[in-house]
Design a binder for this molecule. Structure first.
Ligand SMILES: Nc1nc2[nH]cc(C(=O)O)c2c(=O)[nH]1
Ligand code: SF4
Ligand SMILES: [Mg+2]
Length: 236
């Protein structure tokens, strides 16, 4: 029986919740989110640092281990049939995720994975319908860490199952987006640009010039719908 390290909610239960997909090409799709713990990067604006930052958060209070059966039961208890596995960096637990994904796929569930693009899909390559790959730009911090892995990006790009979602903070970031796309073999029609921000005011201000840049350059635009609707809260 595989065990998964997941984020823990204030009520003591795992962070598995129903909402609508708030980011990327399936924005608005009713989805059940499964938030795994642990990340290999350290983005300075990370909005889920409680899944990995044990300087700032108590590990025992912020995370928990559950079995694949417990995770499956939590997903089945909620209405959506689209499941978004996120984190942290969920592909650090790609091997442990296989039985959960296989069991639910056999029951008709569809799967998306949110990933930072530094870890390949491995045994999940054919089991996940959609990878939302979000390579991290220089403004994420991550000094000394490998935030861009060109071979991994190329593997995702070649899979035909990946979309590439860049978090953009200022107009100058677009130059870097182009460079990462060139390194990873990513075509513009698979790129989604999303403003960085955890408030409606920041998302609106940055979204305005970013959407105009998308219209010019042939990228898709995404806002962060769950932040606009509910603010920077957990479990939404
Ligand atoms: N509604 C909603 N949509 C999301 N899309 C990606 C999320 C994430 O945290 O990875 C997320 C999230 O936390 N909530
Ligand atoms: S890759 Fe994602 S989870 Fe990891 S630190 Fe960056 S924003 Fe946070
Ligand atoms: Mg989030």
């Amino acid at each position: 029986m595989e065990r998964l390290i997941v984020a823990r909610m204030a009520d003591g239960g795992p962070e598995i919740f129903a909402s609508v997909q708030g980011e990327g090409v399936s924005m608005g799709v009713p989805s059940t989110f499964v938030r795994l713990a642990i990340c290999n990067l350290r983005c300075r604006w990370c909005d889920t640092a409680y899944t990995w930052d044990w300087q700032r958060f108590d590990r025992a209070a912020s995370t928990m281990e559950i079995t694949e059966e417990e995770a499956a039961a939590s997903v089945r208890a909620l209405p959506p049939r689209n499941v978004v596995i996120t984190g942290g960096e969920p592909l650090l637990q790609r091997r442990q995720l296989v039985p959960l994904v296989e069991a639910l796929r056999a029951e008709g569930y569809r799967f998306e994975v949110e990933t930072n693009g530094t870890v390949g899909p491995g045994p999940l390559a054919e089991l996940i319908d959609q990878f939302n790959v979000s390579p991290k730009l220089a403004h994420s911090g991550n000094e000394g860490l490998r935030r861009i892995a060109p071979a991994v990006l190329r593997e995702f790009a070649a899979s035909g199952r990946a979309w590439f979602k860049f978090v953009v903070a200022e107009p100058g970031d677009l130059e870097e987006v182009r460079a990462v796309c060139a390194a990873g073999g990513i075509p513009p029609e698979r790129v989604v640009l999303m403003p960085e921000g955890t408030s409606a005011a920041v998302l609106t201000a940055r979204g305005r010039w970013l959407a105009e840049a998308c219209a010019r350059e042939g990228y898709r635009f995404s806002t962060r719908l769950h932040i606009l609707l509910w603010g920077d809260r957990r479990g939404v």
